[in-house]
Structure formats: structure tokens, C-alpha cells
Design a protein around this ligand. Structure first.
Ligand SMILES: Nc1ncnc2c1ncn2[C@@H]1O[C@H](COP(=O)(O)OP(=O)(O)OP(=O)(O)O)[C@@H](O)[C@H]1O
Ligand SMILES: [Mg+2]
Length: 320
């Protein structure tokens, strides 16, 4: 498999009044061609900022990429003049209402996106918009194009955001919490949409969610993030069969129904640390039930096993 996107040692710093925080803080991962990679972690772990960094849309001046490389199709996205945003890479943002203009009819907004990048007249663009809306299961697209965003339900708006992101046939689609706040039926439909997109158009997807059970339905591989760092990267089946990092195990344990032996659902005790003053050593150690003395002193190494990687002292010098 060929890598489409490679992120190397990426760090983003935010300055807030007198303090600063880094999230992500030195993360590395790849997305292969025609692969769906899930990015999971608790609120505030740095998932959205990672996505924004790939889009080169980190909000300045408070935020800044301070380290790292983002290589897409062999080009360093942080060094080139014209970012392939909107054409080869597109993103479904976490808050769809912020991305749709409330005063412009949906059809017009979508055709404008298409016309910005392609030499199409209004009718040709509208035809493609209607076709994509149809493919995404928006009923009666000919009628729906004449409506305003507020006239759409939450699920419809979410589909419209996805339509907007796939109109230009991107090679990489970043979807930031695309199903959060939707009911489970719509959630399942949207996941089906992404699966179809991956199969039909061979799009690679970076699927972001705080919900591991949602991610497990679509991702080929999963990146587990905690407090700005990556804990583990594993193929989905391996991750569930044998989670390596104690944080991953905790996330799996807190999924309702995931516990086969019928033991009690276990939430991970405690909260994500204040990133302006993160714990020394492994950032997860204050909440970890398997911590060793070294965990509070030294940052864990990244240990590689075949297709997996884990950042945890438990595996130092261990062959699994
Ligand atoms: N514009 C900003 N200014 C200051 N700090 C920010 C800004 N955007 C993000 N941060 C901080 O960066 C960290 C990572 O935020 P991010 O939005 O990436 O989290 P997330 O993992 O996407 O969380 P969620 O699941 O809630 O969406 C957080 O501590 C957040 O407070
Ligand atoms: Mg987010």
C-alpha cells in the first residue's frame, strides 16, 4: 500500500493570555491510499487541531505549527504555495452550521464550491450538485436545492456538508465528528455513505471521533490520541482483540456492550490534564492503573510491532 498522507512530528502551539499549550505535540502517522484511518481521543486531545494543521488552517495568531512536516502525494503541504484544500483534500468541519452560509440557498452554495475549482457553467455545476446530493441520500434534491440551511434537519445539513466536501472528488477526505449529535439511525446512514465513498471513489478518509464504537464501524486502522500525544496506532481488529496501551483498553472497556464477560462498564477515572501544564513523563500516568515508576519521570518510547505502534513503558524490551 502506498502512503497518501504522512504526518511527521507535528506540533501546534497555542498562546492563551500568559500561558501556552501544545496539542498535538509531536505526532506522526500516515494515511494510505484508499484507507480509512480513525482518530479517536477524549475531548481536548488535539484531534481537530491535527485536522486543521493538515488543511493549513490553524487559527492564527493564537495558534501556530511549530514543528513537523505534512507530506501529501510527496509534497510538503507546509512548504508549498498552493495548498490542495478544496480540491485534493477536503474537510467536513466539526460544526456544520459554521460552514454553511445561513443566507444562501443550499444549491447555490454547493454550485459555487464547484465553480470555484472547475470551469463549469451554472447548469452543469447544478447538475453535478443534484447528482451528488442524490448519491448521498438527500431526498428530492431538485426541490432541496432551493431551500436555506435552517430549513434542513441536522442529518440533512450533515449530508450537505459531506456533499460539499466530496463535490470535487478529493483524494483525502477529513471528517471531523461527522456523526456526533445525530441520532443512531442517521449516524449509521452516514457511516454507510462514507463506506460507499471509499469503495466507489477510492477516497482515503481520516475519520475523527471521540467515540471509539463509531470509529470501529468504518476505520481500517485507528490512531488513539491522548492529551496531544499518540498512544497507539493499530489495525481496528487488532486494537479490539488486543489493545496494547492501557488508555486504549480503558476506551474499549467504556463502550457499552463491548465487555463480553458481562463485567461492569468501566469509565476511565479522572480527567484529561490541563495542557498548559501537562504531567511529566507519560501524560496518561496519573490515570493509568498499570503505571511503573518510570512513567512519571520519562516520556515513553514509541515501540513498533509489525503494523502496530504503541507509546508505553510496559512494552519496553518486551516481544509481543
Ligand atoms: N483557537 C484556539 N485557541 C486556543 N486554544 C485552542 C484553540 N483551538 C484548540 N485549542 C486547544 O487545543 C487543544 C486541542 O483542541 P482540539 O479542538 O483539537 O480538541 P479535540 O480533540 O478536537 O476535542 P473535541 O473532541 O472536543 O472536539 C485543546 O486544549 C484546546 O483548548
Ligand atoms: Mg474536535
Amino acid at each position: 500500500m502506498k502512503s497518501l498522507l504522512t504526518v511527521e512530528d507535528l506540533a501546534v502551539e497555542f498562546r492563551i493570555s500568559n500561558s501556552k499549550l501544545r496539542a498535538p505535540d509531536g505526532i506522526s502517522f500516515s494515511v494510505m491510499e484508499n484507507e480509512c484511518v480513525g482518530l479517536v481521543g477524549e475531548s481536548g486531545s488535539g484531534k481537530s487541531v491535527t485536522a486543521l494543521a493538515i488543511m493549513n488552517l490553524v487559527p492564527a495568531p493564537q495558534g501556530r505549527i511549530i514543528r513537523g512536516k505534512i507530506i501529501f502525494e510527496g509534497l510538503d503541504l507546509l512548504a508549498i504555495n498552493k495548498h490542495p484544500r478544496g480540491t485534493k483534500i477536503s474537510m467536513v468541519f466539526q460544526n456544520p452550521m459554521n460552514s454553511l452560509n445561513p443566507n444562501i440557498k443550499i444549491g447555490k452554495q454547493l454550485t459555487e464550491v464547484l465553480q470555484e475549482h472547475y470551469n463549469l457553467n451554472y447548469r452543469e455545476a447544478m447538475e453535478r450538485v443534484i447528482r451528488v446530493m442524490q448519491e448521498l441520500g438527500i431526498p428530492d434534491p431538485e426541490k432541496m436545492i432551493d431551500r436555506y440551511p435552517f430549513e434542513y434537519s441536522g442529518g440533512m445539513r450533515q449530508r450537505t456538508m459531506i456533499a460539499m466536501a466530496v463535490l470535487c472528488n478529493p483524494k483525502l477526505l477529513i471528517a471531523d465528528e461527522p456523526t456526533t449529535a445525530l441520532d443512531v439511525t442517521i449516524q449509521a446512514q452516514i457511516i454507510q455513505l462514507f463506506k460507499k465513498l471509499k469503495e466507489k471513489s477510492r477516497t482515503s478518509i481520516l475519520f475523527i471521533s471521540h467515540d471509539l464504537s463509531v470509529i470501529s464501524q468504518i476505520a481500517d486502522r485507528i490512531i488513539v490520541m491522548y492529551a496531544g500525544k499518540i498512544c497507539e496506532i493499530s489495525p481496528t481488529t487488532d486494537l479490539f482483540r488486543n489493545p496494547l496501551h492501557p488508555y486504549t483498553a480503558g476506551l474499549i472497556n467504556s463502550i457499552p456492550g463491548a465487555n463480553e464477560r458481562g463485567t461492569k462498564l468501566m469509565a476511565i477515572p479522572g480527567n484529561i490534564p490541563d495542557l498548559t501544564n501537562p504531567p511529566e513523563g507519560c501524560r496518561f500516568h496519573p490515570r493509568c492503573s498499570r503505571k511503573l515508576p518510570i512513567c512519571s519521570r520519562k516520556e515513553p518510547p514509541v515501540i513498533l510491532y509489525e503494523q502496530r505502534s504503541v507509546s508505553c513503558w510496559l512494552y519496553e524490551g518486551v516481544n509481543t
